[in-house]
Write a protein that binds this ligand. Structure first.
Ligand code: AMP
Ligand code: ZN
Ligand code: ZN
Length: 430
């Protein structure tokens, strides 16, 4: 009996062990890769070792007025020691991927190619989406020369604790140190790593560090920009910025900070959303985008004109454009469309109206609207550190201006054409 029960138990133990191994193997394969990726064999050139350091921080969805609205005391103190912009204008559409990539390339979304978080590429006949790791890590989707690529090409090391594009070899180049995106990584771990990078020997120490934080955007979408949960997310972020800046100050290095966001947040009318117009024949058009920007790609160019005319006649609650007559100030038309990824016909809504094709009730708040007409879309820009003017307030400017600023701070040359100018550089550097 005991043998039987022993065998039985033994069999059950084996079974449990097998189940445990199976489950842990499954959970391991489902876990994101949290290890630091390091490109070996690189060093700062002796010339670059003399340069200052830049930490470029992005708090996703940190609307231009959040620091004051929610009394973010650390950020208010830090910006008072350096530069505070009235706001920073995102590029259209005011979404995460296009704007993070604009900030690091100085180009409009249609020019650098990342026209939205999700989009269809008619030449490739496939879609890019931020949820598809293979696409996110495929450098062939990304145009322009991101700041870390510019730096590495000039023998200056860089590091990224997340940034759109940093996980892909763009022109064959990754940052020397980077991570695959995992929104669950605790802020404390990000801070520890940033500080550890600054403690590396000079030839291995990155001069440009990017840091990305998503919590404020998440709270804004789910609870709305006026909710106590969003206030709480701003306070947590503010406290973490305090910890980061204190730990970095202890290194004694000349570190410049640029604190930005990609866009703002506004409440939408989630009870009266727009369906796909009946004039759009999905046998003839590939429909991409949604919410405030719908792109229609004609399978046969002959179908553009009649559909455009019908949409113009029937449009109710949205505006209809052909790519070539998009409003100029959006910089999202045929002229900028370097990768031919914009739709042949575009349907745009205005706050608080959005298209919704999913059948699910949308979140109470979002972003993506025209930043020139919707102030709630405006982003944040604060900068402080040894290289900046002290205690100045500047008017709003476009986020294409950040690239020339970082290049100037780090003494990096570029000759390729971008959309940013040197105006911000002149305003904020002595
Ligand atoms: P949005 O809808 O424009 O606010 O998109 C924000 C989303 O982008 C958040 O859910 C982030 O977690 C996500 N995100 C930010 N950076 C990355 C990245 N490098 N890879 C994948 N997703 C990202
Ligand atoms: Zn965002
Ligand atoms: Zn968002």
């Amino acid at each position: 009996m005991s043998i039987i029960s022993g065998n039985y138990l033994c069999g059950m133990k084996k079974c449990l062990l097998f189940l445990y191994l199976l489950l842990s193997a499954a959970s391991v394969s489902a876990q994101p890769d949290t290890t630091q990726q390091v490109i070996s064999g690189r060093q700062n050139s002796p010339r670059q070792q003399q340069k200052p350091y830049v930490i470029l921080i992005s708090a996703d969805g940190f609307r231009y007025d959040y620091a004051d609205k929610y009394n973010a005391t650390t950020l208010k103190t830090l910006r008072a020691q350096g530069v505070e912009a009235e706001s920073m204008l995102p590029s259209f559409p005011s979404k995460t991927f296009p704007n993070h990539y604009t900030i690091v390339t100085g180009m409009y979304p249609a020019t650098h190619g990342l026209i939205n978080n999700y989009f269809y590429d008619p030449n490739r006949k496939e879609s890019y989406t931020l949820r598809d790791r293979d696409k996110v890590e495929d450098g062939s989707w990304y145009g322009g020369v991101p700041l870390w690529v510019l730096a590495e090409q000039q023998q200056m090391l860089t590091a990224s604790y997340f940034w759109v594009g940093s996980e892909a070899p763009i022109q064959g180049v990754w940052p020397t140190y980077y991570y695959k995106y995992n929104e669950k990584t605790a802020f404390e771990d990000r801070v520890k790593t940033v500080v550890s990078w600054l403690k590396l020997p000079e030839e291995k120490r990155p001069h440009l560090i990017t840091l990305y934080l998503s919590e404020v955007d998440y709270a804004g979408h789910v609870f709305g920009p006026n909710a106590p949960e969003t206030a709480a997310a701003v306070h947590v972020l503010d406290e973490n910025i305090r910890k980061l800046t204190e730990a970095v100050a202890a290194t004694g290095l000349p570190v410049n900070y640029i604190f930005v966001s990609d866009h703002g947040m506004t409440e939408i009318d989630r009870d009266h959303t727009l369906p796909l117009p009946v004039a759009v024949d999905t046998a003839k058009f590939i429909v991409s985008g949604g919410e405030m920007v719908v792109e229609l790609h004609a399978k046969n160019k002959r179908d553009i004109r009649p559909t455009y005319r019908r949409l113009k006649k029937e449009a109710d609650g949205y505006r209809v454009y052909r790519k070539r007559n998009m409003p100029r100030h959006l910089h999202y038309g045929a002229k900028e469309d370097a990768y031919k990824r914009l739709g042949d016909i575009l349907l745009l809504t205005e706050v608080p109206t959005v298209f919704n094709f999913s059948g699910r009730r949308p979140s109470p708040a979002t972003h993506g609207f025209d930043p020139c007409t919707v102030k709630d879309m405006h982003a944040t820009f604060y900068a402080w550190g040894p290289s900046f003017k002290k205690g100045i307030r500047i008017p709003s400017f476009r986020n294409t201006e950040v690239y020339p600023l970082v290049a100037e701070l780090l003494g990096l040359r570029y000759t390729h054409k971008i959309d940013g100018t040197k105006k911000l550089v002149k305003e904020v550097l002595p």
